[in-house]
Structure formats: C-alpha cells, structure tokens
Design a protein around this ligand. Structure first.
Ligand SMILES: [Zn+2]
Length: 271
C-alpha cells in the first residue's frame, strides 16, 4: 500500500487509522474495482453493501495516463479510507477531512514523490522506485491544494451544489463561522450562499449573523459577488427587519446601506 510509505501517513493521528482500516478492508476482500451507477463517481465507500464496500471506478483509472494510475488509485483509497475510518456521520466535516488528507498526500506525490516499497504492482523490466506525479496532473486536486493553502477548502466544497443541498444549514453556518480563518476568510460567493440559507428563517438570531457576514466585506467587487449568490434581496430585507429595535444592529445596517448604496430593510430599523 503506497500511502503507508508516505510522510503524509506518518504525520498527524489520522494516518495510522486510515492504514489500519484499509488493511482491514483488503483482508475482508472489501476493496475492488466496480462500475458505479453514476459514471462521474470515481470512488465510494459504503459499509456493509453486497458488493465491495470500497469501490474504485475502473473507467476513471483506465482513462488516465499509465504513469498516473497507481497514484490515482492510492489517492482514491486514501479519500475513501478516511470515510471508512470515520464511520458514517453524514457531516461535511467528514468530506473535508477526506479531501484534506488526499490533498496533503497529493502534495507529497507531486512534490518529492513516495517510495514504492513493494514495487506494487510489479512492472516487468522496471525496478521499484519513487512514485511521482508530473507537475500539473490531477487539476482538481491542484485546485483544492490552492484552496487548502488559504484555509478555504470549505469554500471549494460549498461551490459544489450537491454538498450545499445536503449540508448547508443555518445552524451549521452559525456553529462554523469562526473556523478556517473566520468569516473574513470565506470566499464572497460562500458568504452569499450562507446569507441565502440564513435569510428565509426570518429569525433575529440568524439575521444578526447576516449582518456580521456583510460587515466582513471590504470591496465593491466582493460585495457584488456575495450578493449575486445571496438570493432574493426582499427575503434579506424581511430577515433584517427582524432586528428592528436592536440599536447596535440598526447602526450596522445603516452603515452597510450607506457604504454599499443598497436598501437592506423595508423599514428604517432605528432613527
Ligand atoms: Zn468523500
């Protein structure tokens, strides 16, 4: 197992757990190639299903250049291995961990490379050696690496509709506003997507978070990108109306209105 010999696996606490889980699955013959129902799926893990629990899409691997295949299989096994070692909890945090681990592993594979101890699979006429990805391979991992460098992997994930639909909930947003560099480090599009989920609650608690998110914007370009994803302005106005009577919030709303030249309430929250 290539990952086992990587430095990535040796750093942090998750590596040994992932390796143990993958060996476990291998021994039980629960890792294998299988065509997924949706052809875009590259790999998946589902505990206890009739076929392999951990599956790799053979057409995805076949479509890659020869020299990238082993690394691709290994990267997928690590991603799904994280899911397997965490168990099913149906949270975006699992996906973040799986992505983070595979991005870190990708960094090593496309940087110094990883020593292939067993020369596995054996390649006739070739000695075992370093598995190293050519620069620029796996463009989505390269992109995620850049997001991770800025602590914005969560923004990358919420750029994907299926994850938004499944995981982006008002309470989740509030609970995680301070993470990954705080609200100031979210992409403007993510801020807009947060507002779009918070506004229809018409709840002052969530409306206050909308104001905090808006206050974190520093440029016209970012404001426009945020508002383009924030849903109906009228819904936002109705949500912010719930803050009527809150002097501190009222002042912030007035400041935002002046700064960005936009009506954020239907009524003047204070005078
Ligand atoms: Zn995943």
């Amino acid at each position: 197992m290539l990952y086992q010999y990587s430095n990535t696996a040796k750093q942090g606490r998750s590596g040994p757990k992932i390796i143990a889980k993958l060996w476990d699955l291998l021994k039980q013959n629960e890792i294998g190639y299988r065509k997924p129902r949706r052809s875009t799926v590259r790999g998946s893990f589902l505990d206890g299903r009739a076929t392999f629990d951990l599956q790799v899409n053979p057409s995805y691997i076949d479509g890659l250049p020869d020299g990238n295949r082993l690394a691709a299989v290994s990267l997928l096994m690590v991603h799904e291995g994280v899911h397997a070692s965490l168990g099913i909890s149906d949270d975006i945090m699992d996906e973040l961990q799986a992505r983070k681990q595979s991005v870190l592993y990708y960094r090593e594979l496309s940087g110094s490379g990883v020593f292939n101890e067993f020369n596995d699979p054996p390649r006739p006429g070739r000695r075992g050696g370093i598995v190293k990805l050519p620069a620029g391979s796996f463009s989505t991992l390269k992109e995620q690496n850049e997001y991770l460098n800025r602590e914005q992997l969560v923004d990358f994930l919420f750029g994907i509709k299926s994850y938004r639909n499944k995981f982006l909930k008002p309470k989740w947003i509030i609970d995680h506003l301070g993470l990954w560099g705080g609200i100031g480090n979210r992409r403007p599009e993510t801020k807009g997507r947060f507002i779009k989920r918070l506004a229809p609650t018409y709840d002052p608690y969530f409306a206050a978070a909308i104001v905090d998110i808006m206050m974190s914007v520093n440029s016209r370009a970012d404001w426009d990108k945020m508002m383009a994803k924030a849903g109906s302005l009228n819904t936002i106005q109705l949500a912010l109306d719930s803050l009527v009577g809150n002097r501190a919030r009222g002042l912030q709303i007035l400041e935002l209105q002046r700064k960005w030249g936009v009506a954020l309430t239907e009524q003047i929250p204070m005078r």
